[in-house]
Structures are given as structure tokens and as C-alpha cells.
Design a protein around this ligand. Structure first.
Ligand SMILES: Nc1ccn([C@@H]2O[C@H](COP(=O)(O)OP(=O)(O)OP(=O)(O)O)[C@@H](O)[C@H]2O)c(=O)n1
Ligand SMILES: C[C@](O)(CO)[C@H](O)COP(=O)(O)O
Length: 240
């Protein structure tokens, strides 16, 4: 298994969740959202460094939470986030203690990525420089302007892009510096790397790797967790 480090941006406000607080602190089946996410990497022996990015107003709560859930260790650091996701990731990148061959960026709001997919992605990035997880879109996607359909896009070429996104460390630093110098803002990390002309591989992930964004996502998240618990029980039974 290839070693990697990960930056986990969790410094948003969760405005679309309308919870009155950062959605990272919402409890899903007894555990805060950010705890679900950080635990995936904290429990992975191949993950060497974790930088959780928190907003300055959440810093004390984030520290308390990681402490309470025994997620604090030598490999976990907290960085301070900025106004946009991109500012937060850049801050995390600068906080890494030691450069690493492959660095992953993973949304704090995506608690369901599996170790199998992380390894598949990391391996692809090691070999090729850059890779992102994604799934083929299931809907028909059209461009719309002024309430009118402009175009129907060819679905065979459309993928919904998720995180983690994995890059050779030098490539990601260069992309972030270039974006910073030119005040370019993208909605994901790969879009910054694309501007350098680098080729980015897609690793097919899972439709369960949702980003918890709006209130409708909470019951879906609970259903995914319960499905996983059932699968685990069935696996355990086969060992008895
Ligand atoms: N300034 C920001 C904005 C977002 N994020 C993080 O980036 C991830 C993806 O962002 P999103 O789901 O959009 O989260 P929010 O920005 O919190 O949500 P909203 O846009 O609804 O406010 C989240 O884990 C979020 O905490 C961040 O670290 N810093
Ligand atoms: C990075 C991302 O999760 C890929 O799907 C997404 O682009 C984040 O977007 P958001 O605007 O922060 O929701």
C-alpha cells in the first residue's frame, strides 16, 4: 500500500445545511460528521499526516472534539481556514510538517469514502501524477440560461467529481501557488491542476461517497451508515 498524507478542509459555514452552525459538528448516528471523516484516515496506518482545516471561530470546538473522540495524535494537526474552500486547502498545504510524495485533499463533509477507494486513487496518483474520485452521472444534464434550455450535454462524457483528489505534492503546490498569484478560484483542487495542463486520471468511486450539503442529505447519510452496519454484521457472521 502506498503512503499518503491528507488535507481535510472543514472550515466552511454549512450555509446550505441551515443548521445554525457549521455542519461539521452535526451528529449523525451518534457521531459528529467531522469525526466520521477524520476517523477514516486516523485509523488508516498508511496515512502518515492529517491536516484538518478549521475556521478560527471553530478552532476551540474542533480541538475539543478531536480530543474527546481520541483522534488527536502526532499525525493530526489543525490549520486555520480562509474565506473559500480553496483558501482553506492552501492553508492546510502550508501546514504540512513534511512534504509527501502523494497528497490527498478530502472534504470534511464526505464521511463515506472507503479505504478501498482511497488506495485505488492513491495508487493511480502515484503512477500518473494526479487522480480524482468520481462517478458517471445518472441524470440528463442540460445547460440552462434565462430559464431556457440551451443545450443537452452528452452524458457519456459526464462524471460527477468527488473527493479525495490525489496529487504529487509538487504538482499541487505549484497549482495552488499559480492560482493564488493569478487570483483564480475553482470549485475543486483538480481545476487548479488542470490549468497547468497536467493530465488528471479519474478513478471510479461510489455513489455512497456523498457530500453532506443540504438537510435532505442527513437521512441519506443515516441510511448509508445503517447499510454499512448491516454489511459488517453479515461479514462478521461469515467468520463465526
Ligand atoms: N471556506 C471554506 C469553505 C468550505 N470548506 C470545506 O470544504 C468542504 C466542501 O464545502 P461545502 O460542502 O460547500 O461546505 P460549506 O462551505 O460549509 O457549505 P455551504 O457552501 O453550504 O456554506 C467542506 O468540508 C467545508 O467545510 C472549507 O474548509 N473552507
Ligand atoms: C470539491 C467538491 O467536493 C467536488 O465535488 C466540490 O466541488 C465542492 O464544492 P462546494 O462548492 O464546496 O460544495
Amino acid at each position: 500500500m502506498m503512503e499518503y498524507s491528507v488535507i481535510i478542509p472543514a472550515a466552511g459555514q454549512g450555509k446550505r445545511m441551515k443548521a445554525g452552525k457549521n455542519k461539521q459538528f452535526l451528529t449523525i448516528e451518534g457521531q459528529p460528521l467531522i469525526v466520521h471523516t477524520v476517523a477514516i484516515f486516523a485509523n488508516d496506518p498508511v496515512c502518515k499526516q492529517i491536516v484538518v482545516v478549521a475556521s478560527p471561530s471553530d478552532l476551540a470546538d474542533m480541538e475539543d472534539l478531536l480530543d474527546k473522540w481520541r483522534l488527536k495524535s502526532d499525525k493530526v494537526t489543525i490549520a486555520l481556514g480562509g474565506a473559500e474552500r480553496q483558501d482553506s486547502v492552501y492553508s492546510g498545504l502550508k501546514k504540512l510538517a513534511t512534504p509527501t510524495t502523494v497528497i490527498l485533499v478530502h472534504d470534511g463533509a464526505r464521511p463515506f469514502v472507503t479505504r478501498k477507494d482511497i488506495y485505488k486513487l492513491t495508487e493511480t496518483a502515484y503512477e500518473n501524477g494526479a487522480a480524482v474520485l468520481g462517478v458517471p452521472v445518472k441524470d440528463t444534464i442540460k445547460t440552462v440560461s434565462d430559464g431556457m434550455i440551451q443545450q443537452t450535454l452528452d452524458r457519456n462524457t459526464l462524471w460527477a467529481i468527488q473527493t479525495p483528489q490525489a496529487f504529487h505534492y509538487d504538482m499541487l503546490v505549484k497549482a495552488y501557488e499559480e492560482a493564488n498569484n493569478t487570483s483564480f478560484y475553482g470549485t475543486d483542487d483538480a481545476s487548479l491542476v488542470e490549468r497547468l495542463g497536467s493530465r488528471i486520471h479519474i478513478t471510479e468511486g461510489s455513489y455512497d461517497n456523498i457530500k453532506i450539503t443540504t438537510p435532505e442529505d442527513i437521512p441519506v447519510a443515516k441510511a448509508i451508515l445503517n447499510k454499512r452496519k448491516e454489511e459488517q454484521k453479515n461479514e462478521d457472521r461469515t467468520w463465526i
